[in-house]
Design a binder for this molecule. Structure first.
Ligand code: A2P
Length: 344
């Protein structure tokens, strides 16, 4: 079986590190791993399969020099904008975790459990986009229900962990908690978030648009439509919460026909990479603290609407660095290989 030279761009970052962990854990046809970052981290090492490997500097020519075949990008939109075309021109398939190419008509946006067939369009630009973390876990749960009942509308409120904004954002929360215990939270600084995040909730992720929605909220709207190939109505409220890892979502769905919680529960229990945790009488439901390092999406609190039989509510939780980023990117690579790789 063919083995591939893989580059992880942003290997010193929160998602990049997680990509290395996910590849270590699975049976990936790897020839060589090449971690890349900026000159700040180049020369440092990362652990991979028990070895310390040196981070190389990301340059326009590194993909050709290292004969990279699969390039997993997670170093921010502007880095992808500049360097992903060089990786593709060097013959690699790029799997991009940033928002930069997601809505490009010539770039497939893929969640392998939902729209694996779109991977076939990778050849147009040599790039496959990985959706937003909040979108991935939600569409994984929406897809099987849409197949069964025809989804018309989604209303979602998210509870998003600080790691979605990178390592320094996690550190900001920890630092503020330390300041709280030292009775100096008032003096604590914030750089990654518009307000103090410790002991707080911030109903703003990314910048506001003219519509009154944030960019993060509109990403969920546009990406869900592109992935499901469906003009579903969607309204999102995205909230940053003082959790380090694990995004949670309260999702309300309106279908074309009547649906029962019991049926939905059994459909979701059979869906790929979904675990139903739904025993309210025993206080069993998904929670972010219990999803860390897991590659599955957890669904619970599945219940009928009190008034309308075509509406259903659920609570969806996943590790945003894994399911919402690294795991999905690696699964795209695996699916791309399964579908024929360069010959697909
Ligand atoms: P570096 O350590 O060199 O700054 P996070 O999302 O956790 O903040 O991580 C961002 C990742 O993206 C890090 O690995 C960071 O590397 C990398 N990165 C940021 N800017 C660049 C750049 N201009 N070129 C290459 N890598 C970059």
């Amino acid at each position: 079986m063919k083995k591939y030279n893989v580059a992880v761009v942003g290997a010193s970052g929160a998602v990049g590190e997680e990509i290395l962990r996910v590849i270590e854990e699975i049976d990936f046809p790897l020839a060589r791993m090449v971690p890349l970052a900026s000159s700040r981290s180049a020369g440092n090492t990362v652990m991979f399969n028990g070895d310390e490997i040196v981070i190389k500097e990301l340059t326009e020519t590194v993909f050709e020099e290292e004969e990279i075949e699969i390039a997993l990008f997670s170093a921010g939109g502007s880095v992808s904008a500049k360097y992903a075309p060089h990786a593709a021109a060097a013959g690699a398939v790029v799997i991009d975790n940033t928002s930069h190419f997601r809505m490009d008509d010539d770039v497939p946006l893929v969640v392998p459990e939902v729209n694996p067939e779109d991977i076939a369009r990778w050849k147009i630009k040599g790039i496959i986009a990985n959706p937003n973390c909040s979108t991935i876990q939600m569409v994984q749960a929406l897809k099987p229900l849409d197949d069964a009942y025809d989804l018309l509308r989604v209303d979602v409120a998210t509870y998003q962990a600080t790691s979605g904004a990178g390592k320094s954002a996690m550190e900001e929360l920890v630092r503020q908690m330390q300041d709280f215990f030292a009775f100096k939270l008032d003096e604590s600084e914030h750089a990654k978030f518009p307000h103090q995040i410790a002991l707080n909730l911030i109903p703003q992720i990314d910048v506001f648009l003219d519509s009154g929605y944030t960019k993060e909220e509109i990403k969920m709207v546009n990406e869900t439509k592109k992935i499901l190939h469906k003009n579903v109505e969607l309204s999102a409220t995205c909230v940053r919460v003082p959790v380090l890892r694990g995004h949670s979502e309260a999702v309300t769905m309106t279908f074309d026909s009547a649906v029962t919680a019991e049926e939905a529960r059994s459909i979701l229990a059979q869906a790929p990479n979904i675990i139903v945790q739904d025993k309210p009488e025993e206080s069993i439901y998904p929670m972010p603290a219990a999803c860390v390092d897991r590659n599955e999406t957890f669904v619970g609190r599945i219940r009928n609407d009190l008034y309308r039989e075509e509406m259903l509510h659920m609570w969806v939780v996943a590790d945003n660095l894994r399911v919402g980023a690294a795991t999905n990117a690696v699964r795209i690579a695996q699916k791309w290989i399964e579908l024929g790789g360069f010959d697909a």
